[in-house]
Design a binder for this molecule. Structure first.
Ligand code: AOF
Ligand code: ZN
Length: 375
């Protein structure tokens, strides 16, 4: 199963919104074939392993990180080929949360006399597909907020300069991270300050959809993002009120002509109706409907504040660089009003700390009000 997990990871960045799945076939104590789900729409891990098998797999053990599917999707059911090839036993990481499968694969295999054991390295297999598990059960993308801050909690100097807080290794890791997410989201503030490309510079990486929250459609037509919108998929989300003005409509038309997909949401839910805002929760719903299963927020303190306030963040990647910036006016990763007391702060569970060159990275999963035991 460990080998199957390794194989599954080879599909990283190419299977979304499908899961990453790996499969190993063992006969007489030897691995006789391997396979993984290589690309969305193409064959599943089990079928790839079985079709590639140089010898008769009859009676063999099949290890697969996710329950074999039993439905006709873009490909025929994996259970069919497992039965046809007379596999003896099937070992599974997780039961597939997809309602079209959800234990159905295990049941069919057992009905055909195949021994099935599930729950092998279950936690690792679930973690590998945290995006898929979230998306298939909620219909909303798995949202991660990533930021790089100094050891004193600043994301830039008061002047705005932020190059660089973390070193090359950490920045390279972020580019790898981008490969794992279907969309990258930033606020208009970041676009105006840095004119970024927000693409995936790693070789072979599929460029994620760029999503810019821009309530007043201030994005310059000459920004790198707009100029490359005909090559890299780009979404600009504005507030409904903006599209009710002639200037707003005209800008939206210009953006659309440049290849940008312009979305809008009703007014944000912060109760201040005089200020047009993008409703991030609503936007996530729309992105989910567009089959975007995961979003990496690489925003500044404003968009992060909105993201935490609206409860859309599912994971945090906090990079910490060995530098002290100081300054009462230097921004921190999450702005806005913040929690009034510690009871209202967003806690992170399952915290991990890893090193990234000379920097470190803290990851965790936010727990919001209603999920918390202490309030
Ligand atoms: C497996 N093995 O390698 C994968 C599975 O449209 P399709 O045919 O590609 O089906 C997609 C669904 O199949 C996906 O939502 C998930 O439930 C399952 N993915 N299953 O047995 C695999 N990738
Ligand atoms: Zn399948």
């Amino acid at each position: 199963m460990r080998r199957a997990l390794e194989l599954a990871r080879m599909g990283e960045g190419r299977t979304n919104p499908n899961p990453m799945v790996g499969c190993v076939i063992v006969k007489d104590g030897r691995i006789i074939s391997e396979g993984y789900h290589e690309k969305y729409g193409e064959y599943h891990a089990e079928r790839n392993a079985l079709l590639r098998c140089g010898e008769d797999p009859a009676g063999a053990d099949l290890y697969v990180t996710l329950e074999p599917c039993c439905h006709y999707g873009k490909t025929p059911p994996c259970t069919e080929i497992i039965i046809e090839k007379n596999i003896g036993r099937v070992f599974i990481g997780n039961v597939d949360p997809n309602p079209k499968v959800a234990g159905g694969g295990v049941k069919i295999l057992r009905e055909h006399g195949i021994e099935v054991e599930s729950g092998i390295l279950e936690e690792e297999c679930r973690k590998l597909n945290e995006v898929f598990f979230h998306y298939i059960s909620t219909g909303r993308p798995f949202v991660a907020a990533k930021y790089a801050m100094s050891a004193d909690g600043k994301i830039a100097c008061a002047s705005g300069d932020s190059k660089w807080i973390t070193g090359e290794t950490a920045r390279k890791q972020v580019h790898m991270l981008r490969k794992r997410y279907s969309g990258i989201l930033a606020g208009i503030g970041t676009v105006l300050a840095d004119d970024p490309m927000l693409n995936c510079r790693e070789e072979e990486g599929v460029d994620p959809v760029r999503i810019i929250c821009d309530a007043h459609l201030r994005i310059p037509m000459e920004s790198q993002i707009v100029r490359t919108a005909d090559q890299v998929p780009t979404i600009v989300c504005t507030a409904e009120e903006t599209l009710e003005t002639a200037a707003g409509r005209e800008k939206a038309d210009q953006l659309a002509a440049a290849g940008v997909t312009v979305l809008h949401t009703p007014a944000g839910a912060d109760g201040d109706s005089s200020y047009a805002k993008v409703d991030l929760k609503n936007l996530m719903q729309q992105l989910g409907e567009r089959k975007i299963d995961s979003v990496l927020i690489e925003g500044g303190s404003k968009i992060n504040a909105d993201a935490f306030a609206s409860g859309i963040v599912d994971k945090v990647y906090a990079y910490v660089g060995g530098v002290i910036i100081g300054g009462a006016d230097a921004p921190s990763p999450v702005g806005g009003r913040g929690a009034e007391s510690m009871a209202g702060a967003v806690r992170l569970r399952d915290l991990t700390v890893s090193t990234a060159g000379e920097d470190c990275c803290i990851t965790g999963y936010p727990v919001y009000g209603k999920d918390r035991e202490d309030i």
